[in-house]
Design a binder for this molecule. Structure first.
Ligand code: SAH
Length: 441
């Protein structure tokens, strides 16, 4: 979500005539788009703000902006210790940054946030329009389009998971119109985008989600891959699963966080489902799509998590056989129910230990699953160079990483590879049909 927001902000500013530089040190305006999900993310931003403060103290003319969830969460309180911040913009007002920067002069500071607590004002309209403008900005922005793109279909979240700050920073759930989503998809595909990922905090809550998937798929034959994230384990309809199964170009991929495998922890997280109900959804998905990739999020060290609760999460991982999981050490967030009602009683050392044990458990599952792919032929989208070594990095429709040798011209293309090797983190393959004609041209 933040990657998309940053991209849209960039487009907005480019179309207002701003130029971008590749290092913060060279910039006259530095904007941080922030995340509040864990304390660690906020600490990183604070330390970078410290560096900017030094520059300003030394007399450099610099505009400093704090954007996104942290601006919303801390609001003007953050100015007490960070008076060098000139601009604070919460996630609901990101569409207004161009104008705000323009109006920023001299000593005046601007803080624009908080559609939830702003008193006496109706929430829905203003921020919505501002965001609709932001989402639409990409279509007029001059930044060259890539082969992959995100489209936001829902903003905010109506779930109140006891650990999570998102509903407080991104506000209540608001769905974008069918029409604006379909228009955005069409113009992206027309400009050469091959893969679209639809975004929402609880994406399956979009009204008539199955119909939306089918229409984007059917109206855009040029779209090679359609995926979406993040799904909420409840309210996932059979109809949506059927559309996924029957539409060839919809990725057989579900990012569907369990957070824990223990019923008593799930209850205290206010997740609204049991382990068995979660597993039932996975079964319904696999009945229709035996090869579907399931990706999850897990939290370790939630208050009161016993060794037994933790073991239940490990056994869920083995039972679901995730393609990948994201593991988070519980971090108390101000204002959340868990922070008010529970004691953060699992010591950091135990959290770290459980984090590592969980990753090891997932690695075993991933390695076994990846080994099954050796010898098979898969279609992959080449994304760029791998972080280490000289190979290209590509992804399968199930979001597995595939490393392969090939020319730079393959970047942004779909190619067929024969899988030759597997590790827990990635697959290695070779082009199975020679170079595609576009790459030779
Ligand atoms: N609705 C989104 C949530 C975004 S936050 C989703 O379902 O993916 C992404 C992940 O961060 C969550 O799934 C959760 O695993 C993790 N997370 C959220 N709050 C957390 C906290 N207080 N401590 C640790 N991890 C947290």
């Amino acid at each position: 979500m933040n990657i998309l927001d940053s991209e849209l902000i960039q487009n907005q500013l480019l179309s207002s005539g701003y130029e971008f530089v590749d290092q913060a040190e060279k910039a006259n305006i530095v904007l941080y788009n922030t995340c509040s999900v864990r304390d660690l993310s906020e600490q990183k931003v604070l330390s970078r703000l410290g560096v900017l403060k030094k520059r300003k103290d030394q007399g450099e003319k610099l505009v400093v902006g704090l954007l996104g969830c942290m601006a919303e969460r801390t609001n003007t309180d953050i100015l007490e210790k960070n008076p060098h911040i000139d601009l604070l913009v919460g996630p609901s007002r990101l569409g207004e940054i161009g104008g705000l920067l323009h109006n920023l002069r001299g000593e005046r500071k601007i803080a624009l946030s908080d559609f939830r607590t702003r008193k006496g004002k109706s929430l829905e309209h203003e921020p919505m329009d501002s965001l609709e403008a932001l989402d639409a900005a990409r279509l007029t922005g001059s930044k060259a389009l890539k082969s992959q793109a995100y489209i936001r279909i829902t903003r905010g979240c109506n779930k109140f998971c006891s650990f999570c700050v998102v509903p407080r920073t991104r506000g209540p759930e608001v769905h974008r119109s069918f029409e604006s989503i379909l228009n955005e998809a069409k113009s992206l595909v027309d400009s050469g985008v091959l893969e679209i990922t639809l975004l929402g905090q609880t994406i399956n809550h979009y009204p008539e989600f199955a119909k939306l998937l089918r229409e984007i798929h059917d109206q855009n034959p040029g779209l090679k891959r359609l995926r979406f994230m993040t799904s909420y384990p409840r309210d996932f309809t059979d109809e949506a699963l059927d559309v996924m199964a029957s539409s060839e170009r919809i990725c057989k991929y579900l990012h569907i966080p369990a957070q824990s495998g223990s019923d008593q922890i799930l209850r205290r997280m206010n997740r609204g489902y049991t382990r068995e109900q979660y597993l039932d959804l996975i079964r319904r998905a696999r009945e229709r799509m035996p090869n579907i990739s399931i990706v999850g999020d897990m939290i370790v060290g939630f208050p009161g998590e016993t060794e037994e609760d933790f073991e239940a999460s490990l056994s869920l991982i083995r039972e679901v056989r995730y393609q990948n999981i994201f593991v988070f050490k519980y971090s108390p967030r101000p204002g959340t129910v868990a922070d008010k009602r529970e004691l953060d009683d699992i010591p950091m050392e135990i959290k770290k230990l459980r984090n590592n044990r969980m990753l090891e458990c997932q690695n075993e599952v991933s390695l076994a699953e990846h080994q099954k792919a050796i010898g098979s032929r898969l279609s992959v989208l080449v994304e760029g160079y791998a972080k280490i070594g000289s190979k290209l990095q590509a992804r399968t429709q199930g979001d597995q990483i595939v490393l392969l040798e090939g020319p730079i011209s393959l970047i942004g293309q779909l190619v067929e590879v024969q899988i030759t090797q597997a590790s827990a983190l990635s697959l290695t393959g070779m082009l199975s049909s020679g170079l595609p004609p576009e790459a030779l041209a």
